[in-house]
Design a protein around this ligand. Structure first.
Ligand code: ATP
Ligand code: MG
Length: 567
């Protein structure tokens, strides 16, 4: 390490991960003056938290090393791709707070160049047209211990290959009738090197190139060359591409022109989360089969789902930072993700009081028809957020669970004859329990101590419980959607003989319809986040209506992650 590296490192007090080490070596050795990374999504679904990890990694490196990061759609497969997905991906990257270098790029922008390079490879004797079907090609590819069998196409003349490839392009053949293959090594121990397919015929409309092409380049033939065209220095991808790296390098080797930047592929372990499925195909199935309300259902691990659930970009960045960059696959505890959002919302969220299962309280010694407004702190973590006022009156609501008729000594909330503090208001004492004819509690008759205003003890007597509450006549009716994990199993897609949908948690959504909120919430704006005191963090849903407010619960206040750390 150079002095500079050591110094920068000491300033940030964090060891470099292996990708940062490679980049710093490349900068310090003068190999690259400026680094360029890229995020290359395939527009065949909405992005998930794993993609967020990759976005944060790639754009984070660009920022850290004052380089650039490109956004490039890997749109080589015309059938699965959709403009809706492109738009959602752009929105997600922007929401995470990143700005890509120049225009959005598309691998399809390079189809002409890729075609020319394919012709060049044919002319060099490095590619050939094969007439075998897909099944024949796989069958003849051999096994890792048994070499593959060459097809007759392998010995075609350069002239014939050029002619056939041109006719493939001109639409003279049907889907699957011919492919273009790289001529590498049918007995390579690396299966990806056994004459991989470069182009296949697909008479399909493409979302950008329309009907211009009926041959489409394969991912492996496209990706490295797209990196090369864009001058990408470090092409970071997930571990499953490790075995593709020799092929990535092989293509680049044969098209490389001296003086240009040769990109380097570096692999890291993909993010896996407990109680979550992450593949786009499975997420699409959840949407199509209506297990969830859409790609942005707040239970989905998609970026749009997490956004709707109330996550902040900052919390996802902290999460990505905490899990770091690994070389080996592992499963990250979903509690860590919740811990990250809790930490952030604790610092920024406006506090309000909301009673979710109301129990009526009458303050018998409070004058009828009167009310008063009492100051309440907006966020004890941030005094600059100031105060608001909450109304107090003769009829109030507290949570049903905050009262127990037969309570033991350890129950510090309200009980017959007991006294508690109503937050920001007064001490109250429960004198009588009112029940209906079935024996259900319908109301509590209490008295308040006018000398305990603000919740302060007038004479040094102590109360242990402090409850949240809402004044009945001022209350706003709201609904709360409470989300739990979408799956009951820690690794729902890890079973060979069982489908991941068998593990769906049928109680992952419950709606509390009769919640009473302090009037401050009337002014809540779409997507504004709150802490409902003693309960958790909530966000006003993006589709909430003014006269029917719906909040999504982001997370409860209970933090199981902290317990895990200290156990
Ligand atoms: P999936 O397998 O989940 O459907 P994908 O890999 O097919 O995703 P792409 O659109 O091809 O999705 O991925 C774009 C980028 O995001 C790639 O560089 C890929 O390596 C990265 N990526 C995808 N999933 C994860 C993950 N779980 N963790 C980290 N990076 C990921
Ligand atoms: Mg992919």
């Amino acid at each position: 390490m150079t002095d500079k590296t050591i110094k920068e490192n000491a300033e940030e007090k964090k060891p470099l991960n292996f990708i940062e080490q490679i980049i710093e070596e490349d900068i310090n050795s003068g190999k690259h003056k400026e680094i360029i990374t890229r995020f290359p999504p395939e527009p065949n679904g909405y992005l998930h938290i794993g993609h967020a990890k990759s976005i944060i990694l790639n754009f984070g490196l660009g920022e850290r090393y004052k380089g650039k990061t490109n956004l490039r759609f890997d749109d080589t497969n015309p059938v699965k791709e959709d403009v809706e997905y492109v738009d959602s991906i752009l929105e997600d990257v922007k929401w995470l707070g990143y700005d890509w270098n120049g225009d959005v790029r598309f691998a399809s922008d390079y189809f002409d160049q890729l075609y020319d390079w394919a012709v060049m490879l044919i002319k060099k004797g490095l590619a050939y047209v094969d007439d075998q079907s897909g099944e024949e090609i796989s069958a003849n590819r051999g096994t890792p211990s048994k070499p593959g069998t060459s097809s007759s196409g392998r010995n075609r003349s350069i002239e014939e290959n050029i002619d056939l490839f041109e006719r493939m392009k001109n639409g003279e053949f049907k889907d699957g009738e011919k492919v273009l293959r790289a001529k590498i090594d049918m007995s390579s121990p690396n299966m990806h090197m056994r004459d991989p397919v470069m182009y296949r015929i697909k008479h399909a409309h493409h979302h950008r190139t329309g009907n211009k092409w009926c041959i489409y380049p394969m991912y492996d033939y496209t990706h490295g060359q797209s990196d090369y065209i864009e001058g990408i220095t470090h092409s970071i991808c997930t571990l499953e591409f490790e075995n593709h790296r020799p092929l990535y390098d092989w293509f680049l080797e044969h098209i490389y022109e001296t003086g240009k930047t040769k990109p380097r592929q570096i692999e890291f372990a993909r993010l896996n989360l407990s109680y979550t499925v992450m593949s786009k195909r499975k997420l699409a199935q959840l949407v199509e089969e209506k297990y969830v309300s859409g790609w942005d259902d707040p239970r989905m691990p998609t970026i749009s789902g997490l956004r709707r659930r109330g996550f902040t970009p900052e919390s996802l960045k902290v999460f990505a930072e905490k899990i770091g960059v690994a070389k080996r696959e592992n499963i990250i505890d979903v509690d860590l993700l919740e811990f990250s959002i809790r930490e952030h919302l604790n610092k920024i969220a406006q506090r309000v009081m909301v009673v979710q299962e109301p129990l009526k309280i009458t303050i018998t010694n409070y004058p009828e028809g009167e009310s008063e407004w009492l100051p309440a702190v907006n966020n004890p973590e941030d005094v600059s957020m100031g105060e608001r006022e909450v109304p107090f009156s003769k009829t109030l609501y507290i949570e049903q669970e905050d009262f127990l008729e037969e309570a033991d000594k350890k129950f510090f909330r309200l009980k017959p004859g007991g006294e508690v503090r109503l937050r920001y208001a007064y001490f109250i004492k429960c004198n009588e329990v009112v029940k209906d004819k079935n024996g259900n509690i319908t109301e509590l008759l209490c008295t308040y101590d006018p000398l305990s205003k603000g919740g302060n003890s007038p004479d040094g007597r102590k109360v242990k419980g402090t409850l949240h509450w809402v004044s009945a006549e001022h209350a706003v009716d709201i609904q709360i959607k409470q989300y739990d994990r979408l799956f009951n199993d820690e690794a729902p897609d890890s079973y060979k003989d069982r489908n991941f949908t068998e593990f769906i948690n049928l109680e992952s959504l419950s709606v509390a319809k009769n919640c009473k909120a302090e009037p401050y919430l009337k002014q809540a704006k779409q997507c504004e986040r709150f802490q409902f005191e003693r309960k958790g963090y909530y966000i006003l849903d993006k589709e909430s209506k003014h006269d029917n407010m719906v909040f999504n619960r982001t997370v409860t206040l209970k933090d199981s992650w902290k317990n895990k750390i200290f156990l």
